[in-house]
Design a protein around this ligand. Structure first.
Ligand SMILES: [Zn+2]
Length: 217
């Protein structure tokens, strides 16, 4: 669940200008405001004492999701230098997320126990595969190809190759994960008795896939 505190640190890390929004109840001029109003959460654009485009949400998470998306969509309000890794998904430095997902991903394709999602800030594509138990644990590998190539690969065998590719990416990159995700992976390995993408290897060749898709990653 996303809350105001985490939203504030995300907006700061992606470089949204501090005067483009307010999360502390102050109004100011020409800024997007998020505040609690009784049992609801409301957002509006504050302009010369007026509340433009007011919206109301039943909970903090939905209000924060909406608020973050509006600000992230407006790239003119950013102040970060080009070339720094995406503060939301870590692309292009990061190749893998384990069990935890980056914030603000939009699902663009849904397949068999897998999906393709796009980072709403940098537009990097992430291929998510659900693993046991109960398909509840997600590993997301950065998809270096296009949406159409993902759909074509999924169509070859109803997602089997997509799953094999994801497993190969997990084995190639899991040791580079941050400490909190490494401990989640360790816990997953311990309780899954070998049925997890780290310990259940397949002979998948990442280089072969790149060739078969027609261009290098
Ligand atoms: Zn990103």
């Amino acid at each position: 669940m996303l809350d105001i505190r985490e939203l504030g640190s995300i907006l700061e890390s992606v470089g949204v200008r501090r005067d483009a929004y307010s999360l502390d109840g102050s109004l100011g001029d020409e800024r997007l405001v998020l505040l609690r109003d009784g049992h609801h959460w409301v957002t509006f654009y504050s302009e010369r004492g007026l509340r433009t485009d007011p919206r109301s949400f039943a909970n903090e998470h939905e209000a924060c999701e909406y608020f973050g998306r509006v600000l992230l969509a407006d790239r003119t309000s950013r102040a970060l230098p080009l070339g720094t890794p995406c503060a939301l998904c870590g692309s292009p430095t990061r190749e893998l997320w384990a069990i935890k997902r980056p914030r603000f991903l939009d699902v663009v394709k849904t397949g068999n126990w897998c999906k393709l999602a796009r980072c709403c800030d940098c537009e990097a594509l992430w291929c998510e595969v659900a693993y046991e138990p109960y398909g509840a644990l997600a590993y997301l590998a950065r998809w270096h190809f296009s949406e159409a190539e993902w759909a074509a690969l999924h169509g070859r065998d109803d997602g089997k190759t997509v799953g094999d590719w994801n497993g190969a990416m997990v084995r190639a990159y899991w040791s580079t994960l941050p400490a909190d995700e490494l401990s989640e992976v360790a816990a997953h390995r311990k309780r899954s008795y070998g049925r997890n993408p780290v310990d259940e290897p397949n002979a998948f060749d990442l280089g072969e896939l790149e060739k078969s898709l027609g261009r290098p990653g």
